[in-house]
Design a protein. Structure first.
Ligand code: NAD
Ligand code: ZN
Length: 406
């Protein structure tokens, strides 16, 4: 919640406990011990099972004598149908805790499952902010990509196939009880999800860092609002994340077994998750929701494609912040004006995007020009993300960004 009158007022939420470190997964049973669960529902997917990642999570739990049900029905960018399937399996088992292992897709399924098993009803009732009625079953999230930050965030995203859009369920109750960020779990992550999720993390950090400030956010303090806007503690997380991504993302994509790069990216993704889920995501994410609902593209690749175009739109209002981003990404900004440095930030993101194989034109995704006005209208309808953007767009502005990206 933000307030316009206070010079400095913000919240900072995270997972209840955040454990970071290579090998941390081996202690998984001890992280669950405060809840003494007897029955744990594990959400993963078949790809992760084949990669041996699911076993790394289940072994410490079975060794501790916990009764497990492993559900491998997770899928990338989960639809309502996928969520329904996972929920049915969970209901049938009746767990007292949930463990989600995977990228944002499986972790988000974990959040939805925990909410619905605790409070009943349908996750459709929980779409938008503040609809989850109270605390949910203990949820432990273990990220295997380095991107979404879902392990610490208040968000769960599903694809509404009927309406061709992604929807967000946002609640502070959805922050996991424990986030176990073990970079070794990302070693098997293939180049594409590493690239896509990594540039998603960069988008989170940049959108938080260039967002509307907490004391300029045009939302009454009494109105429930899922973000506080840009604030000092979020900035600390975002700045560190941007620097780490500049240092490590290309290496993590090109040398998957490079543990230093994986550790750098895991830390960056979690920090970016803390930044965005407390401060903001904005126009890049707003445009990705209809894009990802209409064509087959991962959340990260869609964001990565759009990011430099939105940075260019934001430049007049966020020149200083973009200049800082250039320096954080390792650009030489000595002796140049902020305007010149800000251009270098955009160029640096474009180079990184190319180096890791993210497309730079909507046409490459099969988007037709006549789809753009619908994307603009749908994105403009996500009011919270319009308010949070560092430069407030009109619907025509959004169309202009999309045309530039087409
Ligand atoms: N809740 C949030 O805060 C939040 C934030 C951003 C994005 N999201 C959502 O997260 C989803 C995207 O998540 P993602 O980018 O992490 O990818 P993902 O979870 O969709 O995973 C992509 C693919 O990579 C595979 N994979 C992941 N890790 C692997 C590993 N270590 N080894 C082998 N294969 C591996 C998965 O099995 C899957 O097939 C989208 O639905 C997006 O909307 C959520
Ligand atoms: Zn994202």
């Amino acid at each position: 919640m933000s307030t316009n009158s206070a010079r400095c007022y913000f919240n900072f939420y995270s997972a209840g406990r955040l454990v970071f470190g290579s090998g941390a997964v081996k202690q998984l049973a001890s992280f669950l011990a405060p809840w003494s669960p007897r029955k744990v529902f594990v959400i993963g997917d078949r790809t992760l099972e084949q990669a041996g990642v699911v076993a790394q999570v289940t072994h410490p739990l079975t060794d501790a004598g916990i009764d497990l049900r492993v559900c491998l029905d997770g899928e990338p960018e989960p639809t309502f149908a996928v969520a329904d399937k996972v929920l049915a399996a969970a209901r049938e088992f009746g767990p007292d805790a949930i463990v989600a292992v995977g990228g944002g897709s499986n972790m988000d399924l974990g959040k939805i499952t925990a909410a619905v098993l605790t409070h009943g009803g349908s996750y459709r009732d929980y779409v938008n902010y503040g609809k989850v009625p109270g605390p949910v079953l203990p949820l432990v999230c273990l990220p295997t990509t380095s991107g979404t930050g879902s392990e610490v965030s208040h968000a769960a995203v599903l694809t509404d196939q009927a309406n061709h859009i992604k929807v967000s369920i946002l609640s502070q109750y959805l922050r996991p009880a424990v986030a176990v960020v073990d970079p070794t779990l990302t070693l098997s992550c293939p180049a594409k999800p590493t690239a896509d999720s990594g540039i998603d993390a960069l988008t989170h950090a940049i959108e938080a860092f260039t967002a509307t400030a907490y004391n300029e956010l045009d939302v009454p303090a009494t109105e429930p609002f899922p973000y506080d806007g840009k604030h000092p503690l979020g900035d600390v997380c975002a700045e560190k994340a941007i620097a780490l991504i500049g240092q490590h993302l290309a290496t993590a994509v090109q040398e998957p077994q490079n543990l230093a790069a994986r550790e750098g990216m895991s830390l960056a993704a979690t920090l970016a998750g803390l930044a965005f889920s407390n401060c903001a995501v904005a126009v890049v994410h707003a445009l990705e929701y209809p894009l990802g609902g209409a064509v087959h593209v991962s959340h990260g690749a869609g964001n990565g494609l759009l990011l430099p175009y939105v940075m260019r739109f934001n430049l007049p209002a966020r020149t200083k912040e973009l200049a800082r981003i250039a320096a954080l990404l390792g650009e030489d900004t000595a002796g140049v004006t902020d305007a010149v440095a800000a251009e270098r930030a955009i160029a640096a993101v474009e180079r990184l995007r190319a180096a890791i194989g993210i497309p730079n034109r909507l046409q490459e995704l099969g988007v037709t020009r006549d789809q753009l006005p619908t994307f603009a209208t749908k994105a403009f309808g996500i009011k919270r993300l319009m308010l949070l953007n560092g430069r407030r767009p009109t619907e025509t502005d959004l169309l202009g960004i999309l045309e530039a990206a087409w």
